[in-house]
Design a binder for this molecule. Structure first.
Ligand code: GCW
Length: 661
């Protein structure tokens, strides 16, 4: 049965005999060139993967070469080259007259090269005359698990944590290895295995042994293990009466703790920290800055080459402040004061993982501080585990956005050292709940490796690897994934609206909610709708958040007559009868967008229906059920939103938009 466990690494037998035999001739033997240490754990993992993959797809047994090298013999040679020829983690694959040569300067490069070759065979691509050279664009390509030590996952919709802290370190679940394989196959090279809402317990010796066991599984796959550091750990675990980063006893505690971690995990990656954010402890409690807090940890990690990823997700509870401005206000003044091994981790948008936000103004605004782009792969605000929403178009929208910070062409991608993705992985048999959620894990990895890849190209790979069938099957799946994000934006938060989800769980509509404990958690705080109009004025006449962007960006958004409609209500508060660029009044256009969203979900269902009998029945049935939920909930979103906003606008529904149920 097709339960989705194998993800995109399915390695099923190639049914087209001529295609299969072409590859068989290519992969008779493999040979380790000079300087390649075939006994290294990573090389062994690479060879294992290659043999498993080829045995599955070709039904052959790739054997080590014997005797002298012969050309035209279907030999795959691993060749080590100096780092000035191919940089860290990179590789080259060339056709050498009937044989193949895979060159790299380090073990990870060989591993990634093997996954590339396997992908080509899975996709039926020709190896004839190939000359491929790949180098990761970003050094940090890391998953952030919001997994708690008790097995629950914050904002996780695919079961419980795959990391079983109860049975570690003795029990090594095969899932850990398969997780590492899947990550490595898309170039992910780091994993933070604990939630940013952190638990100091992870630093207790028995838990460090458990973490070390995971690190041992990850290591052969080029994946470093990272942990979250709860800032108050010296108090909770160490019995100190302060966590002040400038207190010598606190500094000594962290230094000792870090040294202890490295005795267990020699290649430990470092810490992620959420400090003074949503109730998490931090340096501000002691009158110290985020930089002073981060630097203290950075100093403890520096002798071991560890890094600190300090999150910029901060905002305070001030009804008069614009939450969208707070991270910038707090972090830009600190530029230049962080240690070299600190990176500031910034969410894609200035608020919080909405279906659509403009890029955060922090990108490019801290030239002396390396940044990481944090994306949410789990769909907290986009229908969670049940809606089909492909996130690659959202990820690329951010990566491609021009900050103009160093002149035209300063894309968000160009301003960051790496990408961090909040994982959507859990104990569900298929890892991610909705079968299509696997595509977002895949897309995150591919984009961290090469942020210039298009969403279409990535999904074309994923669909071809994950589903059998004719090219039309893959094309239909690609179309669905590509269109689905805009469909979701339309039925949830059209025209630049944001944060309209119901209280706490963020599932379903709640645009009327205005009584939550913290003002900036209220949907009504964001839509600012009343009888006169709707939208959040972030221009000069309002919060002026727009001033945090480069002048060219300001010019794009400042005038509601020319502001792209997708950001209109993010930046502007406008009367209900405002005339849009297409001649419609705002109210009519808003209602139509909700309706388009609903129609979009019907389109998705029809596209999927057309694949009945063309994809395996298990996953067809599963996705069909999810699409029914999505269609129903899109209507819920439309009707609830329109009913509420109509109670304020008092205007009639435009043609084609049904009366709310
Ligand atoms: O998106 C919000 C979530 C919180 C999360 C927080 C964060 C881990 O609602 O659950 O906490 O962001 O990013 O820190």
């Amino acid at each position: 049965a097709e339960d989705g466990y194998r993800l995109w690494l399915r390695y099923d037998r190639i049914t087209d005999e001529s295609v299969r035999s072409g590859y068989v001739d290519r992969f008779a033997t493999f040979r380790m060139g000079t300087g390649v240490d075939s006994s290294s754990a990573t090389l062994r993992a690479a060879i294992d993967e290659l043999r498993t993959g080829l045995a599955g797809m070709l039904g052959t047994n790739l054997a080590p070469a014997r005797g002298a090298q012969k050309s035209g013999s279907g030999e795959l040679t691993f060749a080590r080259v100096p780092a000035d020829q191919i940089g860290a983690e990179g590789y080259r694959i060339t056709d050498t007259d009937g044989g193949l040569r895979l060159s790299a300067s380090d073990d990870a490069g060989f591993l990634y090269g093997v996954f590339h070759l396997l992908r080509m065979v899975q996709m039926g691509e020709s190896l004839e005359g190939i000359s491929i050279e790949e180098q990761p664009e970003k050094a940090v390509r890391i998953l952030n698990h919001w997994d708690n030590l008790d097995g629950t996952v914050e904002r996780g919709y695919a079961g419980f944590s795959i990391f079983n802290w109860h049975t570690l370190p003795e029990i090594i679940d095969q899932r850990y290895t398969d997780y590492a394989r899947a990550c490595a196959s898309v170039g992910i090279n780091g994993s933070v295995v604990t939630n940013v809402n952190a638990n100091a317990l992870i630093f207790r010796e028995d838990y460090l042994d458990k973490a070390a066991a995971l690190a041992d599984v990850f290591r052969p796959y080029g994946i470093k293990l990272y942990l979250t550091a709860r800032f108050s750990s010296p108090m909770e675990l160490g019995g100190l009466d302060t966590a002040d980063p400038l207190d010598p006893a606190v500094m000594a505690w962290w230094k000792e703790k870090v040294d202890e971690i490295y005795t267990r995990i020699p290649d430990f990656g470092g810490f992620v920290v959420k400090a003074n954010s949503e109730g998490q402890p931090g340096p501000r409690e002691y009158g110290r800055s985020h930089a002073e807090g981060a630097n203290m940890l950075a100093d403890a990690l520096a002798p071991h080459d560890g890094i600190v990823m300090w999150r910029a997700f901060v905002y305070n509870s001030d009804p008069d402040a614009d939450r969208a401005m707070q991270a910038y206000e707090e972090f830009v003044p600190l530029d230049g004061t962080f240690r070299d091994n600190v990176m500031v981790q910034v969410k894609n948008g200035p608020i919080d993982f909405q279906p659509r936000e403009p890029f955060s103004p922090l990108f490019g605004a801290t030239p002396k501080t390396p940044l990481l782009l944090e994306l949410q792969i789990t769909k907290e605000y986009l229908g969670q585990g049940t809606h089909l929403v492909g996130l690659a178009p959202m990820f690329t929208e951010t990566l491609e956005a021009d900050t103009y910070q160093q002149g035209k062409g300063t894309t968000v991608a160009s301003t960051v050292r790496g990408l961090a993705g909040v994982a959507n992985i859990g104990t569900d048999r298929n890892w991610t709940g909705h079968p299509f959620n696997q595509a977002d894990w895949y897309a995150f990895g591919r984009l961290a490796w090469d942020p210039a890849m298009s969403a279409e190209a990535i999904y074309a790979e994923w669909a071809a690897l994950t589903y059998d069938g004719e090219p039309e099957v893959a094309q239909t799946i690609v179309d669905m994934l590509i269109e689905s994000r805009e469909i979701c934006v339309n039925y949830m938060t059209p025209l630049g609206l944001a944060h309209q989800m119901a209280t706490g769980h963020h599932y379903g509509p709640g645009p009327w909610v205005s009584n939550l404990g913290r003002p900036e958690w209220n949907p009504a705080y964001y839509n600012r709708a009343d009888s006169n109009g709707i939208g959040f004025d972030r221009t000069e006449s309002g919060s002026n958040a727009l001033a945090q962007y480069a002048p060219q960006v300001q010019a794009m958004f400042a005038d509601p007559k020319t502001c792209p409609p997708k950001y209109l209500l993010w930046f502007h508060h406008l009367p209900w009868d405002w005339e849009m660029q297409n001649g419609e009044i705002l109210w009519d256009e808003l209602c139509r967008r909700y309706q388009e969203g609903v129609e979009g979900t019907e389109w998705l269902a029809a596209r999927w229906q057309s694949l009945e009998g063309k994809v395996d029945p298990e996953r067809h049935q599963q996705v069909t059920q999810y699409l029914e939920v999505q269609q129903r909930e899109a209507k819920w979103w439309r009707d609830a939103s329109i009913a509420y906003f109509r109670s304020l606008s008092g205007l009639p529904l435009p043609e084609g938009v049904p009366e709310p149920e």
